[in-house]
Every structure is written in structure tokens, then in C-alpha cells.
Design a protein around this ligand. Sequence first.
Ligand code: S5P
Length: 252
Amino acid sequence: EEKTRASYEQKHHTAQHSVSKKLLETALAKQSNLIASADVTTTRELLDLAEKVGPHVIALKTHIDIISDFEYEKTITPLKALAAKHNFLLMEDRKFADIGNTQELQFTSGVFKITDWADFVTSQVIGGFESLDCFKNVGVVAIIGMSSKGALTTSAYREEALKIAASHPNVIGGVSQNQLPEEMLLFTPGVNLADSGDGKGQQYNTPEHVFKTLHTDFIIVGRGIYQSEDPAEAAILYKHSGWNAYLNSLEK
Ligand code: S5P
């Protein structure tokens, strides 16, 4: 790529949303652009992972509906305490994909009460502009493009999705495997240093690749960290790899 990317300092300067500012501040303070995906299925594993990787990540991404023993007081209360202790944000990867009214109910009700604890959430934009209005108190990361083989997020889809995302005040950025406009933060999953896929459609790239060619802002790493023998050590490895790749991507 010819064009150099905007730095975190530059993005912080122009950021409009408080969650964008917080993410960028945390990245600069911790010298990390790593988001760990905690795709574990018990409260104990979730809290263990948060304690181990917390010092090295800017956010912990959850799929809270896969926690089999979820109880708000036993799961969320200590998770929030760990987020405060280690200075990371909570990103609930709910990928909302319904009409506004239903999304509002899914966001505020049920056992998970996502609105009470998530700093930011992921959402599809397939329900249209107004479907995103309900996420008033959080940042929204719009799903623009998916990492899995055969995903329907074609360039035509992404172009339309971007129009909605870029114009909505709740949206701080997008998940994509392609570059986004500079005003949006780019979150890229499908990052793994050891594997190229998982046999279930997932496709992996290296941190070096996603920073250099996509100008990503934040990498999302799941199995590369939580399935490692030593998740803290793996988080440090991905943190250094991601930070070095970011610094390299600032150079022409
Ligand atoms: O396109 C996507 C979007 C997301 S948010 N591809 C993804 O893999 N994700 C999520 O990132 C996915 O739901 C999972 O939680 C994580 C990737 O996990 P890994 O184990 O493959 O690194």
C-alpha cells in the first residue's frame, strides 16, 4: 500500500465518540492493539482468562451467551472488577441482526442485560440505519466484512453497509477484512500466528499482514490465546507482534 496509515495519536485527536477515545488512549498507554476473544464456556474460564490476559489487552471480547453457568452477580460483577483492575474494555460480540425494537430488547433485557456492562458491542447493519439507534450508551462496531470462507459480505454489500455505519453516530468502527475509511476504527479478527484456518471456514492472517495491507487498528485473537498452554505468554506474544506490525505500518 502506498498511503501511510493514521497513527493512534492522530485518530485520538479526531475521534468523536468517548469509547473510541478510551480505546485509543488504552492502546497508547498499554502499547497494545490486542483484543482477546474469550470464547470459553464457563464463568471460571472466563474470569481466569481475564485475569491472565487483562494486563496485555485493550479489550476483552465476549460471547456472553455461550457461558453455560451465567449468573449476573457471579459472572459480570467480577468481570467488571477485572476490567477496572487491568484497564481493559468489555466488547460483547452479540452481532445483533434484527429490527430496532427487537435489538433493543436483546440489548437491555433477558439474563445478560448487555446494556449494563458492555462498553461496546458488535452489530450487523442488515436491519438498516434506525436499527442501530437503540445502542445509545455504548459504542457500536458494525460488521462490515466477515472472515469466514464464502461469507456474503461481498464488495457490493460492504459498500452499502459502510454507508450506514459511517453515518450513524453510535458507530465507532467496523469489523472487516478490508480497509475502512480513516474516520472509522478497524477491528480485524481471523488473526493467528500458527494456523491458516480451523477446518470450519475460519481464515487466518498474521498481524503483519492485517496492519500492512488493511491498516487495521485492533486485532482480535481467540484460539491463538485462550487455547494456548500459557494464555498470558500468548497474549504478550500477540501484543508485541501486533504493536510491531502497527509501528511498521506507519512507515512508508
Ligand atoms: O468476521 C468475523 C467477525 C468476528 S467478530 N470473524 C470472526 O472470527 N469473528 C469473531 O472473532 C468470532 O466470533 C470469534 O469470537 C473470534 C475469532 O476467534 P478465533 O478463535 O478464530 O481467533
